[in-house]
Design a binder for this molecule. Structure first.
Ligand code: NAD
Ligand code: UD1
Length: 340
């Protein structure tokens, strides 16, 4: 294996990790996936291999277990890691903060420490638009100040960004990029991989597709009295394949020694705000399905509007979201049908 062309992907059987593995392989990288399958399934590996047309190295295990990870570092040569492995349910993080602080922070510190210990260079971290909270100006740029986190989950993203910034500053040879994702949705157009929501979905699109499938009776739209054009919240929905390609662009930048600073941050979004109601109506239209919905009270903690200024990623990474929202919503529905 050529270390410069090999990427360790933690959480690689998850939603974003699996799509990223596929795009990295399409771009000529080798991938090594580590996942403990706490929120995904081993069968995802087959889906990745079918799309990529080749084998993937998969190691089952916990990134919080430093001795297990030390073995992975001994076994494989790679210059870059993408760290997806984390818990991500905001509500659960409020109910059980220690579960989140332990899993998300211990695993990340292990990764950074082993990169440093083994003289490996590049760390790409999955951050989130959640770090902006209720931003004062829209769209948000990377310079928009972060707001105090409103959940332990959000706090783990802020703390991890700070850990990466400080470690890149302190340790020679270590470089970091944090990608702040907006709202990832969709699935691979082949419907061989997608999102596996466990239990009742909290996120909008899985709830829509499950309602369309008859698994849920109706969709509740949380609030139609916001100060937005149609009264429902505005978000920046980014197709997961586009998002995966942003990781390839970031890894290219790191492995080709093109970084201007040792630690860089990029917003990964479309730059286009879409309302909840508009998303629901478009889903119905493109898929030809009547979707029962009703307006209910606002959901506590929701930000009325947030969308990205992604011009830095457009210019510096040479990456731009390209998939049409209608195609994304078609892929979401195709994937839901595949799950049934
Ligand atoms: P996901 O749950 O589908 O994938 C995460 C994967 O990590 C899962 O396969 C899980 O089994 C694995 N994992 C968790 N803890 C682990 C551990 N200790 N050891 C090994 N594997 C472990 O989630 P996703 O949507 O693909 O998210 C990936 C990353 O992107 C996460 O860090 C998440 O916080 C971040 N993110 C996601 C979103 C989103 O909307 N999906 C938005 C912003 C940021
Ligand atoms: C949430 C998380 C964010 C995380 C992201 C992952 C919060 C406050 N933020 O973002 O940290 O990174 O998920 O995708 O939890 N909606 C409905 N009905 C539903 C579900 C959602 O109307 O059944 C609305 C919400 O009010 C919101 C929009 O749809 O306006 C998007 O919601 P969701 O998919 O949960 O994402 P966010 O809340 O933006």
């Amino acid at each position: 294996m050529d270390a410069a062309k090999t990427v360790l992907i933690t959480g690689g059987t998850g939603f974003i990790g699996s799509h990223t593995a596929v795009e990295l392989m399409a771009a000529g990288y080798e991938t090594v996936i580590v996942d403990n399958l706490c929120n995904s399934d081993k069968s995802v590996i087959e889906g990745i291999e079918k799309i990529a047309g080749r084998k993937v190295d998969f190691v089952e295990g916990d990134t919080c277990d430093i001795e297990f990870m030390r073995d992975v570092f001994r076994t494989y040569e790679f210059d870059s890691v993408i760290h997806f492995a984390a818990h991500k349910a905001v509500g659960e993080s409020v109910a059980d903060p220690l579960k989140y602080y332990r899993n998300n922070l211990v695993s990340f510190m292990n990764i950074v420490e082993l990169m440093k210990e083994n003289g490996r260079s590049n760390v790409l971290f999955s951050s989130s638009a959640t770090v902006y909270g209720e931003a004062e100006t829209l769209p948000v740029t990377e310079e928009t100040p972060r707001q105090p986190a409103t959940s332990p989950y959000g706090n783990t993203k802020q703390i991890s960004e700070d850990i990466l910034r400080d470690c890149c500053r302190a340790y020679e040879g270590l470089y970091g990029i944090a990608l702040r994702y907006f709202n990832p949705i969709g699935a691979h157009p082949s419907a061989l991989i997608g999102e596996l929501p466990i239990g009742v979905p909290n996120n909008l699109v899985p709830y829509i597709t499950q309602t369309a499938a008859g698994i849920r009776k109706e969709l509740s739209i949380f609030g139609n009295d916001y100060d937005t054009p149609d009264g429902t919240c505005l978000r920046d929905y980014i197709d997961v394949v586009d998002l995966a390609k942003a990781h390839v662009a970031a890894v290219d930048r790191m492995t080709q020694g093109r970084m201007d600073r040792k630690y860089e941050i990029y917003n990964i979004g479309t730059g286009r705000p879409v309302s909840v109601l508009e998303l629901v109506q478009r889903f119905s239209k493109v898929n030809g399905i009547e979707l029962p919905y009703r307006f209910v009270a606002r959901r506590a903690g929701d930000t009325p509007a947030v969308w990205a200024d992604a011009s830095l990623a457009n210019e510096v990474l040479g990456w731009k979201a390209g998939r049409d929202l209608d195609d994304t919503l078609r892929a979401s529905w195709l994937w839901q049908q595949r799950l049934m």
